[in-house]
Design a protein around this ligand. Structure first.
Ligand code: BGC
Length: 442
């Protein structure tokens, strides 16, 4: 049997990722809180509620867990609705909460990676028309100035907006995120405002902190034709992939946002990305369906022999991850894996998913592709948006009634990788034998 270690470069960043609404709990002033009150919006009528209790201080023990398992960074987000509860007020106590949180990370030697917008917006923003209103660009800019001024002492790696593509697609095409619209022209308006808000935030952060690294966390879902012999499947896969994956990063390169039959010039977007953040979960296959008018004449599918997650939400497709990294590298900048993970309350698939995906990151760095860090989603189970508590992405499980944490077996393998800064054959053999032949082929 082969024995050896795939090493990562010295200083490689190993972490996990969370977001404010998903872990903090006790949120009362954002669009999701109202959305969760409406019948039928969230699976099983779930609510974020106390979430993972970070607002009441449980972040401390959770971050201790991250440190004990050899991680050296953590990605989290700031809840805009707490910082700016009304258009003309700032909540200094809330700002102090985040200062302490980042100070706590510094004490634990966890490098903070901070997101300014992760799907939730203050209620007043929604009341004034939300992200369809072009004024949101100025509102977001003012919030950015305030919070970055307060936190720049602790953080220099920023995500302005998490997954703008998922935001417009889920909120304005599928209608499963607030405001629950199915309105393509509105989706395009929102997309334009997201690009503009990002560009404004990029400039403000650099003005306040010239050495900052600023980017977006792009959700990249690699998509190929289901039937490679069928031109419709091939065209469809290309079109959907361009709209979903490439439209934002291209806009930041060219100053032009192109989404299917919509296009806008946004020259101020050019060059507003210092690194490429990839959130990768899975790869899917485009199948043209001429009768499926509701689903815009197609379906994105997994294959029969794919290894699927507990709720069938994610297929284990590490080669898609490799492709996503390769594709992102053509933008010519450093790459961070800002999210990658799988829902699996019983932790039967996660060990394989985790090591097989990290193995692809190793392949990428081995080609000298500039991948700088990996953030697993997530440290702890958290509120999964329209899927409520039905999906469990945590390395640690959470009992939402008692707030008890339960260490899942995957922690052992992630810990071994972080501490070794590499993947050793011995650890795979011992902890994830099912992946041995894939990662260390004889
Ligand atoms: C989002 C996270 C979410 C994860 C798993 C990502 O698209 O950024 O907020 O929890 O997917 O569903």
């Amino acid at each position: 049997m082969l024995s050896g270690t795939y090493h990562f470069p010295r200083g490689f960043i190993w972490g996990t990722a969370t977001s404010s609404h998903q872990v903090e709990g006790n949120n009362r002033n954002n669009d999701w809180t109202v959305w969760e009150e409406q019948p039928g919006r969230i699976l099983n009528g779930d609510k974020a509620g106390q979430a993972s209790g970070w607002w009441s201080g449980r972040w401390k023990d959770d971050l201790d867990r991250a440190v004990e398992t050899g991680q050296n960074a953590h990605r989290l987000s700031i809840e805009w609705s707490r910082i700016q509860p009304t258009p003309d007020s700032w909540d200094e106590d809330a700002i102090e909460f985040y200062r302490q949180l980042l100070r706590g990370m510094q004490e634990r030697k966890l490098m903070p990676y901070v997101t300014l917008h992760h799907f939730t917006s203050p209620l007043w923003v929604t009341e004034f028309g939300g992200w369809e209103n072009p004024e949101v660009v100025e509102w977001f800019a003012a919030y950015t100035r305030k919070i970055v001024t307060a936190l720049k002492e602790y953080c220099s790696l920023w995500v302005t907006i998490n997954e703008p593509n998922v935001y417009w697609y889920s909120g304005y095409v599928l209608g499963v995120f607030p405001p629950g619209k199915q309105d393509i022209p509105a989706a395009f308006k929102v997309a334009v405002n997201l690009v503009k808000a990002h560009s404004a935030a990029y400039r403000i952060i650099h003005e306040l902190q010239p050495n900052a690294q600023v980017g977006l966390a792009h959700n990249v879902q690699t998509i190929t034709a289901d039937r490679s012999w069928l031109p419709f499947d091939n065209w469809g896969a290309k079109i959907v992939s361009q709209a979903f994956n490439a439209s934002f990063p291209d806009a930041l390169r060219t100053g032009k946002l192109n989404m299917i039959n919509h296009s806008a010039r946004i020259p101020e977007a050019i060059g507003t990305q210092d690194y490429f953040g990839i959130n990768y979960y899975t790869h899917s296959h485009f199948r043209f369906q001429p009768l499926n008018t509701k689903g815009l004449f197609h379906e994105l599918q997994f294959r029969k022999d794919d290894l699927l997650s507990e709720n069938g939400f994610i297929a284990n497709k590490p080669l898609g991850f490799y492709r996503a990294i390769k594709w992102a590298c053509q933008y010519g900048m450093p790459v961070y894996i800002s999210e990658n993970g799988v829902e699996d309350s019983k932790d039967t698939m996660r060990p394989r998913y985790l090591v097989e995906h990290i193995h692809q990151v190793w392949r990428a760095v081995n080609y000298n592709w500039p991948v700088k860090g990996y953030f697993h989603w997530s440290l702890i189970d958290n509120f999964e948006w329209e899927r409520g508590w039905s999906q469990r992405f945590g390395l640690w499980g959470l009992d939402i009634n008692t707030q008890a944490r339960q260490r899942r077996p995957s922690v052992d393998i992630y810990q071994a990788i972080c501490q070794e800064n590499g993947i050793a054959s011995e650890m795979i053999q011992r902890l994830v034998p099912d992946s041995y032949a894939t990662i260390f082929p004889q």
